[in-house]
Write a protein that binds this ligand. Structure first.
Ligand SMILES: O=C(O)C(=O)C[C@]1(C(=O)O)C=C[C@@H](O)C=C1
Length: 367
């Protein structure tokens, strides 16, 4: 660097250096995350103070007393701590206990290494995400046979969370109990959705046996594990988790039974190029209000993937609408349409833009 250079020229060089540092910092973060995944696999502690000391020592030597050491150390302390914190496992809340279909969907989405936390209700999953006590939550939102999972939709009216992703899981319902013998079953327990999805089978094959609607398929499996006279309708994951036997596999009334789950978090991801945007709107109560919304979307050639209405509950016969559109909020047409809707709707909330689930369903059977 010669003294003849002027300030703008040197600043230009500083900008280049800063950009290079930033690129290297991002690369360093990726390396630390990669190490974090390997440590998860081998169950090794994330914090390695000895390695950190070695890093400081090497930098001190290579620095040759040029950059003030105290500052150097403090800069690298910040960098290493940030990298270490990025190695945290994803924490994922789901409707528990263990081995529910939501748990299974979570494992399919985040893999085995994430930390899964069972919750007592879907409301609690939303609340824990809202309060940032877990990073993500997995909630069922729609079944191909039974339709909307209304308590999940209603939770969006109550909690401030964002949709970060979706998963489609092919569902196989198994009738399970302790012995594997149908004669032992005096009650069939499950969550209301699976009971509804197996309604005809139960009516035909176990007409005299009462059904019991419980919290979740995991709870039902737990009950079956504790009581030889309880049969449960549960996932294949529950068979291994609770040491149960299959009485009859696949008792669902319709083939192709699929549940769509949403991944909820605090922030939606950036555009992937194959996305969906979900919004929640309330309409001004006047004739043609919904038609007006649909006309705006159609004029912009926006593909409406789904529309679902839910009563607002505070006022009789008044509704909120959930709309799923194909595209990302970063796409100009979606952005512009949302801006118009924001102005003309009584209520508007962007629930999130997120990558669409593959058309191929993940198989719910993991055995
Ligand atoms: O080398 C490792 O084991 C890492 O996990 C990387 C790293 C780092 O950022 O340099 C992060 C945390 C550890 O305490 C030590 C070092």
């Amino acid at each position: 660097m010669t003294e003849k250079q002027d300030i703008p020229q040197i600043r230009e060089r500083i900008d280049q250096i800063d950009d290079t540092i930033l690129e290297l910092l991002k690369e360093r973060l990726d390396c630390a995350k990669a190490i974090g995944l390997l440590k998860n696999e081998s169950n090794r502690a994330k914090w390695d103070p000895q390695r950190e000391l070695e890093i400081y020592e090497r930098l001190r030597k290579n620095n040759n007393d040029i950059f003030p050491y105290k500052a150097l150390r403090s800069i690298f302390h910040e960098i290493i701590t940030t990298c270490r914190l990025s190695q945290r496992k994803a924490t994922v809340g789901y409707l528990g206990p263990e081995a529910t279909f939501s748990h299974l969907a979570g494992v399919r989405y985040f893999g085995q290494t994430a930390e899964y936390q069972p919750m007592e209700s879907i409301g609690e999953v939303f609340e824990e995400v809202e309060k940032e006590r877990v990073q993500y939550g997995i909630v069922p939102v729609e079944n191909s046979i039974e339709g909307a999972v209304t308590y999940s939709l209603d939770a969006f009216l109550k909690y401030k969370v964002k949709i970060c992703g979706e998963i489609q899981l092919a569902i196989t319902h198994n009738l399970v109990n302790r012995s594997g013998n149908i004669e032992d079953i005096q009650t069939v327990a499950s969550h209301s959705q699976p009971l509804a999805q197996c309604r005809n089978w139960l009516r035909k094959h176990l007409p005299k046996i009462p059904t019991l609607d419980v919290f979740s398929t995991g709870t039902a499996a737990q009950m079956a594990a504790n009581n030889p006279n309880v049969g449960a309708i549960a996932s294949s994951l529950a068979i291994n988790t609770y040491n149960l036997q299959v009485v009859i596999p696949g008792i669902e009334d319709y083939q192709g039974n699929t549940t769509r789950f949403l991944v909820i978090g605090r922030k939606s991801p950036k555009k992937s190029g194959y996305d969906k945007t979900s919004i929640l709107i309330g309409l001004i109560n006047r004739p043609g209000a919904l038609n007006e919304i649909l006309t705006i979307l159609s004029a912009k050639n926006i593909d409406l993937a789904k529309i679902e209405s839910r009563p607002t509950k505070d006022k009789q016969w008044s509704y909120m609408f959930f709309l799923d559109m194909l595209g990302h909020i970063e796409d100009p047409v979606i952005y512009e349409a949302c801006n118009i809707l924001r102005q003309i709707c009584a209520y508007f909330e962007l629930l999130g833009s997120y990558p669409r689930a593959d058309d191929i369903n993940l198989n719910g059977d993991i055995d």
